[in-house]
Structures are given as structure tokens and as C-alpha cells.
Design a protein around this ligand. Sequence first.
Ligand SMILES: [Zn+2]
Ligand SMILES: [Zn+2]
Length: 421
Amino acid sequence: MYQAPRGTQDILPEDQPYWEFVRSTAADVCRRYGFERLDIPLFEETSLFVRGVGEGTDIVDKEMYSFEDKGGTELTLRPEFTAGVIRAYIEHGMHTRPQPVKVFSIGPAFRYERPQAGRFRQFHQLNVESIGEQDPLVDAEIISVMWSFLEALGFGGLLLQLNNIGCPACRPAYMQALQDYYRSHVDELCEDCRRRLERNPLRLLDCKATGCQPLIAGAPRSTNHLCADCSQHFARLRAYLDELGRPYELNHRLVRGLDYYTKTVFEVWAEGIGAQNAVCGGGRYDGLTEELGGKPTPGIGVACGLERLVSLLRQQERPVPPPQRPLAYFAYRGDSARLAALRAVEALRSLGAAAEIAFGDRSLKAQMKAANRSGAGWAAILGDDELARGVAVVRSMRDSEQVEVPLGELASWLAARVTQP
Ligand SMILES: [Zn+2]
Ligand SMILES: [Zn+2]
């Protein structure tokens, strides 16, 4: 017996209304903010992610699905969207378009992680990027689009976690302060943090080990080491958030351990979504486009995992638009009635309505049961008597009222009743 690979799941027809609700809400909210859809390949050259996500990150070091294709090219299933989006921005010369270029993507990404509740190796993200503008108003907009998305899904108690990790001008001095602080506590560090101290000091701040927590609480904060530019950017962003009434907490543990991440880093937390694994996080990456071979171009993006949102919507039994039910179900008795029903159901479908027809040699009673189960608004019943008179019996499935409709008008008569009885 085959099973879906570890860390993957089937999204069954009965789950689809939740997914469709999440996807259509995402597209609608992005449209309101002026983001256009961009689809990028599921795989890219491995080196794009090594440079774009960064060596030394868990994603690149441990979690990528990498393979050599039959032509000898090293490829990787996308573990996130930003690197591919920036590759597309550079490749298509989007710097010549009005800036910022505002795009969103939605679809699967792949990471070889230890599967656990709500975490998958093939998972889905809504990813939103705004490329080419450094105005902090753009940061406020990126935060707002994710905020509005969660709100539109019905999540409450939203809280923004905010930090500013500086820029190439001010970060070296901060890193020095951080390393000095940690070097004086090296005996208290966990094994991972000892490695981080030399390799990637910013990541010391997001260590999850219990023993490291007191050290993190006392560590120097990036926001106390900002240059004038970063400081002004941060102050203006906070003023915009105040203006919008979006509550935020300064969280100096939010970091991105790579040089091309700059200034704003944030997560959006919602009630019921554990703070431990924030589903929505993002930040500014003013150095990334250049790192990937483009002109220096500021940018900011955010990604939101969708599995957790869908499972919460289901758990909480939130009302979502129901799956489509057929407008009509065609039942028949006899071979010539079956042919007439076949012509009529196809005619109704060609008019744009959903319609079903009975299969097999079932009794009319069994066919009517099937009509009921299908949730159809109407049943069209064809028998030899009706056929001889050139009509069909149409029964309302709600109140069992019946009318006779001329066969030639059956499809258009039903199609005119798209609002179900
Ligand atoms: Zn700075
Ligand atoms: Zn640690």
C-alpha cells in the first residue's frame, strides 16, 4: 500500500472549500493593495538559493530538496519564494517598470524538516514582495497587507512584532557589541550558540535553548545602535503604524542573520496561532538584488504559511463558502429517455450551469435519492411517456413542486434558475 510521502498531505475535495477561501481571500486582499500575481517555477538553480537564502541558514544547510537533473544541472525545489521573485525581477528587467514592483505569489514550497503537527515538507505560502523603493511607507504597506489578510480570514487579537536590525553602515558596530557581550558569557552558551558566535552572531538572539534565554534578555539591542538613516526609517514606520492603529511590540529577538537583510524585520501574530511558530514573517532586504547579480535595489517582503491557517479555520468550524452544488440532476427511465437526458444535461452545462446525470441501471427511486444527495436544486425526470409528449418533469428538490417543461426549452428553463429554489 502506497502512502503519501512523509511530511506531505492530500488536500481532499472536502478540504478544498477552506483552501479556496484562503486563496481567494489572499488574492482579493492583494488586489486591494495593488499587488499583482507573479508565478515562478517550483525549482531553480541550487546556487540561487545558496546565495539568496544564504549559506549558514538551516534552510540551505539542512532543508533543501536538491537534485541533479538528467542534463547535469543542480536544481532545488523552492524552499521559499523571495530568491526566485528577485531572480525574475532581474531577469525581466523589472527595474525599468514603475517602482516599486509589487507582486504576490501563492503555492507550494519544500523543506526537508522534521514533520510535526502543522509542519509539512511540502507546504503552502502566500508571499508578497515590494521591490524598488525604500520609503518606510512601503514597509507599512507590506505589514498591512498581511495584517488585512489575517483579519479578512477572521483571525483576531493581531499583534505585530517589530525590530530593526540596521544596515551595512551601522551593523558592524552592533555586531561588535554583541560579540563582546557574548564572549564574556561564552561558558553559559549552548553548543549551537558557540558556533553562531563566530559564524553568525545575529542568530544568537533567536536561539530557542532554555539556557540561552537569560543571555538573550540581557544582550545589546540593535535598535540602540542604529545609524541616522535606519533610526529615521524606524521612527517613520512606527509613526505610520500608530496612525493605522496597528499595535506592535518591539522584539529585539527578531533577526535575519544575513548581510543583505536590512532595517525592518517583523512577524504578525494572531490569537490561536502559537507565538512559537509565527506563521507570518518578513523583512527588508535592501542588499539582496545586488547579491543576486542585479543593480542595487531596495526591497521588502513577507511570507505566510497557509497550512496552519487552514487547520485553524477547520478546527474553529469557521463558515466558508460551501462547495458548488449542481443546479440540476437528470434522472430517466428507459434507453431513449437516457439519450434525451444526456443531450439536455450537456446543453445545460454548455450554458454555464453545473449539472449531473444518473449512471447505471438504477431505479427511478434510487436516482432520486442520488439527486437528493447531490444537493441539486432541481431534478429533471425523463420517461417514455414524457418523451412521447415532448416534455420533461422538473421537480423542485426543496418543496417537491413539479412542472412540465418542453424538452426543447429544458436547458434554458433550468439555466434561468441559477438562483436555486
Ligand atoms: Zn543603518
Ligand atoms: Zn543557544
